[in-house]
Write a protein that binds this ligand. Structure first.
Ligand code: HEM
Length: 193
Protein backbone atom coordinates (compact mmCIF):
# COMPACT_ATOMS: atom_id res chain seq x y z
CA UNK A 1 0.00 0.00 0.00
CA UNK A 2 1.54 3.28 -1.05
CA UNK A 3 0.66 6.53 0.59
CA UNK A 4 1.75 8.67 -2.33
CA UNK A 5 -1.78 8.64 -3.62
CA UNK A 6 -3.32 8.44 -0.20
CA UNK A 7 -1.90 10.57 2.53
CA UNK A 8 -4.04 8.98 5.20
CA UNK A 9 -2.34 5.63 5.21
CA UNK A 10 0.44 6.32 7.63
CA UNK A 11 -1.78 7.58 10.38
CA UNK A 12 -4.30 4.89 9.62
CA UNK A 13 -1.70 2.34 10.60
CA UNK A 14 -0.91 4.38 13.68
CA UNK A 15 -4.44 4.54 14.97
CA UNK A 16 -5.56 1.27 13.55
CA UNK A 17 -5.73 -0.60 16.83
CA UNK A 18 -7.71 2.16 18.46
CA UNK A 19 -10.24 2.18 15.65
CA UNK A 20 -10.43 -1.56 15.68
CA UNK A 21 -11.60 -1.49 19.27
CA UNK A 22 -14.79 -0.01 17.98
CA UNK A 23 -15.33 -3.17 16.08
CA UNK A 24 -15.92 -1.68 12.69
CA UNK A 25 -16.29 -5.11 11.20
CA UNK A 26 -19.37 -6.05 13.19
CA UNK A 27 -21.06 -2.75 12.63
CA UNK A 28 -20.43 -2.83 8.92
CA UNK A 29 -21.46 -6.39 8.40
CA UNK A 30 -24.91 -5.39 9.67
CA UNK A 31 -25.36 -2.15 7.76
CA UNK A 32 -24.45 -1.06 4.26
CA UNK A 33 -21.87 1.67 3.78
CA UNK A 34 -24.41 4.45 4.09
CA UNK A 35 -24.15 7.82 5.86
CA UNK A 36 -26.25 6.42 8.73
CA UNK A 37 -23.21 4.49 9.87
CA UNK A 38 -21.39 7.69 10.77
CA UNK A 39 -23.29 7.88 14.01
CA UNK A 40 -22.30 4.30 14.81
CA UNK A 41 -18.59 4.88 14.35
CA UNK A 42 -17.83 8.10 16.22
CA UNK A 43 -14.22 7.08 16.80
CA UNK A 44 -13.67 6.67 13.08
CA UNK A 45 -15.27 10.06 12.42
CA UNK A 46 -13.07 11.54 15.15
CA UNK A 47 -10.12 9.88 13.44
CA UNK A 48 -10.99 11.62 10.16
CA UNK A 49 -11.13 14.98 11.97
CA UNK A 50 -7.81 14.31 13.66
CA UNK A 51 -6.13 13.09 10.51
CA UNK A 52 -7.14 16.17 8.54
CA UNK A 53 -5.94 18.35 11.41
CA UNK A 54 -2.67 16.54 11.97
CA UNK A 55 -1.65 16.32 8.31
CA UNK A 56 -3.04 19.71 7.25
CA UNK A 57 -2.45 18.60 3.73
CA UNK A 58 -2.82 22.07 2.18
CA UNK A 59 -0.73 23.89 4.81
CA UNK A 60 -1.11 27.40 3.37
CA UNK A 61 -4.58 26.85 1.90
CA UNK A 62 -4.81 28.70 -1.45
CA UNK A 63 -3.39 32.19 -2.05
CA UNK A 64 -5.87 35.07 -1.79
CA UNK A 65 -5.71 38.69 -2.93
CA UNK A 66 -7.12 41.60 -0.94
CA UNK A 67 -9.68 43.53 -2.99
CA UNK A 68 -9.49 46.60 -0.73
CA UNK A 69 -7.25 48.11 1.94
CA UNK A 70 -7.81 46.23 5.16
CA UNK A 71 -6.42 45.65 8.64
CA UNK A 72 -5.95 42.34 10.46
CA UNK A 73 -4.77 42.19 14.06
CA UNK A 74 -3.28 45.65 13.75
CA UNK A 75 -1.45 44.91 10.49
CA UNK A 76 -2.39 47.18 7.59
CA UNK A 77 -2.76 45.21 4.36
CA UNK A 78 -3.07 47.30 1.19
CA UNK A 79 -5.45 46.44 -1.63
CA UNK A 80 -3.94 43.97 -4.11
CA UNK A 81 -1.74 42.14 -1.57
CA UNK A 82 -1.21 38.41 -2.01
CA UNK A 83 -2.20 36.80 1.31
CA UNK A 84 -1.28 33.32 2.50
CA UNK A 85 -3.04 31.85 5.51
CA UNK A 86 -1.06 29.50 7.71
CA UNK A 87 -3.58 26.71 8.16
CA UNK A 88 -0.83 24.41 9.38
CA UNK A 89 -0.17 26.70 12.32
CA UNK A 90 -3.83 27.04 13.26
CA UNK A 91 -4.19 23.24 13.16
CA UNK A 92 -1.20 22.85 15.48
CA UNK A 93 -1.79 25.82 17.73
CA UNK A 94 -0.98 24.51 21.22
CA UNK A 95 -3.40 26.95 22.83
CA UNK A 96 -6.23 25.16 21.00
CA UNK A 97 -4.94 21.61 20.55
CA UNK A 98 -3.31 19.88 23.47
CA UNK A 99 -0.12 18.10 22.28
CA UNK A 100 -0.72 19.22 18.68
CA UNK A 101 1.93 16.92 17.18
CA UNK A 102 0.35 13.81 18.64
CA UNK A 103 -2.37 11.91 16.79
CA UNK A 104 -5.20 11.80 19.30
CA UNK A 105 -8.52 11.09 17.56
CA UNK A 106 -10.23 10.93 20.94
CA UNK A 107 -9.71 14.67 21.39
CA UNK A 108 -12.73 15.08 19.08
CA UNK A 109 -14.95 12.93 21.31
CA UNK A 110 -16.96 14.21 24.26
CA UNK A 111 -17.31 12.42 27.60
CA UNK A 112 -20.10 10.24 26.17
CA UNK A 113 -17.99 9.14 23.22
CA UNK A 114 -19.85 11.31 20.69
CA UNK A 115 -18.08 13.53 18.16
CA UNK A 116 -18.01 17.12 19.41
CA UNK A 117 -20.42 19.42 17.50
CA UNK A 118 -19.31 21.70 14.63
CA UNK A 119 -19.19 24.84 16.83
CA UNK A 120 -16.83 23.23 19.33
CA UNK A 121 -13.48 25.13 19.55
CA UNK A 122 -11.51 22.12 18.25
CA UNK A 123 -13.61 22.04 15.10
CA UNK A 124 -14.19 25.77 14.82
CA UNK A 125 -10.47 26.50 14.75
CA UNK A 126 -9.74 23.96 12.04
CA UNK A 127 -9.51 25.78 8.69
CA UNK A 128 -7.83 23.08 6.59
CA UNK A 129 -10.57 23.51 3.98
CA UNK A 130 -10.45 27.29 4.18
CA UNK A 131 -13.27 29.42 5.56
CA UNK A 132 -15.84 31.93 4.41
CA UNK A 133 -17.01 32.45 0.85
CA UNK A 134 -14.12 30.63 -0.81
CA UNK A 135 -14.19 27.60 1.47
CA UNK A 136 -13.40 24.31 -0.27
CA UNK A 137 -16.44 23.24 -2.21
CA UNK A 138 -15.45 19.59 -1.86
CA UNK A 139 -15.17 19.39 1.93
CA UNK A 140 -18.25 17.26 2.53
CA UNK A 141 -17.40 14.99 -0.37
CA UNK A 142 -13.79 14.63 0.79
CA UNK A 143 -14.74 13.88 4.40
CA UNK A 144 -17.35 11.30 3.46
CA UNK A 145 -15.01 9.61 0.95
CA UNK A 146 -12.20 9.36 3.51
CA UNK A 147 -14.60 7.97 6.10
CA UNK A 148 -16.06 5.35 3.74
CA UNK A 149 -12.65 4.48 2.32
CA UNK A 150 -11.27 3.73 5.77
CA UNK A 151 -14.44 2.05 7.01
CA UNK A 152 -14.57 -0.29 4.04
CA UNK A 153 -10.94 -1.29 4.47
CA UNK A 154 -11.39 -1.87 8.19
CA UNK A 155 -14.49 -3.91 7.52
CA UNK A 156 -12.67 -6.36 5.30
CA UNK A 157 -9.03 -6.31 6.35
CA UNK A 158 -6.75 -6.01 9.28
CA UNK A 159 -3.49 -4.25 8.45
CA UNK A 160 0.06 -4.94 9.43
CA UNK A 161 2.96 -2.68 8.58
CA UNK A 162 5.64 -4.30 6.41
CA UNK A 163 9.23 -3.41 7.22
CA UNK A 164 10.32 -0.37 9.11
CA UNK A 165 7.81 2.45 9.22
CA UNK A 166 9.13 5.86 8.21
CA UNK A 167 8.85 8.80 10.58
CA UNK A 168 5.32 9.58 11.63
CA UNK A 169 6.08 13.16 12.53
CA UNK A 170 4.33 15.54 10.13
CA UNK A 171 7.11 18.09 10.69
CA UNK A 172 9.45 15.75 8.83
CA UNK A 173 7.18 15.26 5.84
CA UNK A 174 7.97 16.91 2.53
CA UNK A 175 6.24 20.26 2.58
CA UNK A 176 5.22 22.16 -0.52
CA UNK A 177 1.84 23.43 -1.76
CA UNK A 178 0.68 20.10 -0.37
CA UNK A 179 2.23 18.01 2.38
CA UNK A 180 3.49 14.69 1.11
CA UNK A 181 4.12 11.90 3.63
CA UNK A 182 6.62 9.16 2.79
CA UNK A 183 5.38 5.87 1.35
CA UNK A 184 4.47 3.09 3.71
CA UNK A 185 3.85 -0.57 2.98
CA UNK A 186 1.22 -2.65 4.71
CA UNK A 187 0.01 -6.21 4.54
CA UNK A 188 -3.76 -6.52 4.14
CA UNK A 189 -5.04 -9.58 5.97
CA UNK A 190 -8.58 -10.54 5.06
CA UNK A 191 -10.78 -10.79 8.11
CA UNK A 192 -12.54 -14.04 8.88
CA UNK A 193 -16.33 -13.76 9.20
C1 HEM B 1 -8.83 16.34 1.90
C2 HEM B 1 -9.26 16.87 0.76
C3 HEM B 1 -9.27 18.36 0.48
C4 HEM B 1 -8.64 19.38 1.11
C5 HEM B 1 -7.72 19.34 2.34
C6 HEM B 1 -9.01 20.60 0.42
C7 HEM B 1 -8.56 21.87 0.77
C8 HEM B 1 -8.90 23.03 0.11
C9 HEM B 1 -8.44 24.33 0.48
C10 HEM B 1 -7.50 24.64 1.64
C11 HEM B 1 -8.98 25.21 -0.38
C12 HEM B 1 -8.74 26.73 -0.39
C13 HEM B 1 -9.68 27.44 0.59
C14 HEM B 1 -9.22 28.84 0.86
O1 HEM B 1 -8.10 29.20 0.55
O2 HEM B 1 -10.01 29.63 1.39
C15 HEM B 1 -9.79 24.47 -1.32
C16 HEM B 1 -10.51 25.03 -2.36
C17 HEM B 1 -11.23 24.32 -3.25
N1 HEM B 1 -11.45 22.95 -3.24
FE1 HEM B 1 -10.69 21.65 -1.91
N2 HEM B 1 -9.85 20.29 -0.60
C18 HEM B 1 -10.05 18.94 -0.61
C19 HEM B 1 -10.87 18.22 -1.46
C20 HEM B 1 -11.60 18.77 -2.50
C21 HEM B 1 -12.49 18.03 -3.38
C22 HEM B 1 -12.78 16.52 -3.23
C23 HEM B 1 -12.98 18.93 -4.27
C24 HEM B 1 -13.96 18.73 -5.39
C25 HEM B 1 -14.77 17.72 -5.50
C26 HEM B 1 -12.42 20.22 -3.96
C27 HEM B 1 -12.69 21.38 -4.66
C28 HEM B 1 -12.23 22.64 -4.32
C29 HEM B 1 -12.54 23.86 -5.06
C30 HEM B 1 -13.39 23.97 -6.33
C31 HEM B 1 -11.93 24.92 -4.39
C32 HEM B 1 -11.96 26.41 -4.75
C33 HEM B 1 -13.15 27.06 -4.03
C34 HEM B 1 -13.23 28.56 -4.33
O3 HEM B 1 -12.20 29.20 -4.52
O4 HEM B 1 -14.35 29.08 -4.36
N3 HEM B 1 -11.59 20.09 -2.88
N4 HEM B 1 -9.74 23.13 -0.99
Amino acid sequence: MHSQTNTFDLKLLDSFDTINKQNAYNIFSKSASSPSIWAKLPLLEAYVHENLRYLSQAPLLLPHLTIEDTEVAGYKIPKGTRVLINGFYTAHNPSVYDEPFEMKPERFLDENGNVVPPGHPLRYHFIGFGAGRRVCIGETLARSRIFLFLANILQKFSLEPVGKLPSRDVREYKMSVLIKPPSVSARFIRRQQ
